[in-house]
Design a protein around this ligand. Structure first.
Ligand SMILES: Cc1cc2nc3c(=O)[nH]c(=O)nc-3n(C[C@H](O)[C@H](O)[C@H](O)COP(=O)(O)OP(=O)(O)OC[C@H]3O[C@@H](n4cnc5c(N)ncnc54)[C@H](O)[C@@H]3O)c2cc1C
Length: 336
């Protein structure tokens, strides 16, 4: 059966994979919109810290923890998958430890002295910190490139197209269009990130997805030793194996504006240098912005439209779309 996935970010790509594995004939249509979240994302594979362990978010995140090592098996260096560990410096270490145990993650408490001994390039913390050594990361643009060849092997077709219409007969979906061309499909999945809101409207739904801009800065190549991911509230530092150092991220309500700001650069640079003095040696090389698809606080929107047969959504993954993508794709595929 022909299935069309609208949107080729991480949610659309993993959804296409899950459906192809179930034997569907899948096509991904992607508009290549500037400001898509996936290529800008830090790629931290970490459960959702501010959510209860029994929430929809936490369960998707646990699925992600288990799924990524398998998805990246044999292609770790192409996807940037590595377990650098995560150091939580922005909250009481005991609290972080309790949370880690409830979510099935190992956690060690380090005194400031022990932290300095293990991570000499990190500024010494003022109090105990929590280290979760199993936490991994991917490099999202590289992951997507590698994953697209996997999709080709699955027989998934990938096309550039900006979908503006959903075709239906009575209440049964029959494809999508861009105003000039039509793609016939018995099932359509909307996985268009922040822009899913437009297609919700086209499908006669109340739009429930809002864009939240996240800015990130990066140093191309700085030797920061064995620095793990450092998390301080919603700010973080991520080091890639090629020496790139990222600092993120802002969280702004500015609609579909995908520009970057001088203020964000100053704030993120100050944050990064406070924890990693090596970064004083140079100015950041790049600054990027992406639009997170913010939906309901209770969890992403995964499932059927309800009134239009064959129309599905997989969207609204907000700050957690990378870690939640495998679980969200599996959950949607179960609905088919
Ligand atoms: C700065 C930043 C850091 C982040 N860090 C993390 C992190 O460390 N860990 C984590 O788990 N999450 C993180 N996130 C969140 C994560 O990136 C997102 O939740 C996730 O990428 C959303 O994926 P998506 O596929 O839904 O959307 P997107 O990646 O935005 O993809 C949507 C795609 O749909 C296409 N599209 C849109 N409209 C149409 C249309 N009408 N027709 C055809 N195609 C269309 C767009 O071109 C785009 O390619 C971060 C986000 C940001 C911005």
């Amino acid at each position: 059966m022909d299935t069309c996935v609208v949107g080729g970010g991480i949610i659309g790509a993993l959804t296409a994979h899950a459906l192809a594995q179930k034997g569907f004939d899948v096509r991904v249509l992607d508009a290549g919109r500037p400001g898509a979240a996936t290529p800008v994302s830090a790629g931290i594979l970490f459960s959702i810290f501010d959510q209860a362990s029994d929430s929809a978010w936490a369960s998707l995140a646990r699925h992600g923890h288990a799924a990524y090592p398998k998805l990246c098996a044999g292609i770790e260096s192409e996807t940037g998958f590595e377990r650098r560990g995560l150091l939580i410096v922005g909250m009481e270490a005991k609290q972080a430890e309790q949370w880690a145990r409830a979510n099935g993650l190992d956690c060690e408490i380090l005194s400031p002295g022990e932290c300095h001994r293990r991570f000499p390039r990190l500024a010494a913390p003022e109090h105990d910190v929590a280290l979760m050594p199993e936490v991994a990361q991917i490099d999202p643009p590289r992951f997507m490139e590698a994953f697209r060849s996997k999709l080709q092997d699955d027989g998934v077709r990938w096309e550039s197209a900006w979908v503006s219409g959903i075709l239906q007969d009575e209440n049964q979906v029959r494809g999508v269009s861009n105003g000039e061309q039509e793609w016939q499909a018995e099932q359509v999945v909307i996985a268009a990130g922040a822009w899913s809101t437009e297609l919700q409207q086209v499908a006669g739904l109340e739009p429930s997805i809002r864009p939240r801009r996240g800015q990130i800065i990066a140093w191309r190549s700085i030797d920061t030793g064995n620095l793990p991911i450092v998390l301080d509230g919603h700010r973080y530092l991520v080091v890639r194996e090629n020496g790139e150092v990222l600092a993120g991220a802002t969280n702004e309500d500015v609609g579909f504006d995908v520009g970057v700001t001088a203020q964000a650069k100053i704030e993120l640079t100050d944050f990064a240098r406070r924890w990693c003095p090596d970064l004083l040696a140079a100015e950041p090389d790049t600054q990027r912005a992406g639009l997170r698809p913010e939906g309901e606080a209770s969890g992403p929107r995964i499932g059927a439209h309800g009134k239009i047969q064959g129309l599905f959504f997989n969207t609204g993954h907000y700050r957690h779309g990378i870690i939640c993508a495998p679980g969200a794709a599996a959950q949607l595929a179960e609905n088919f």
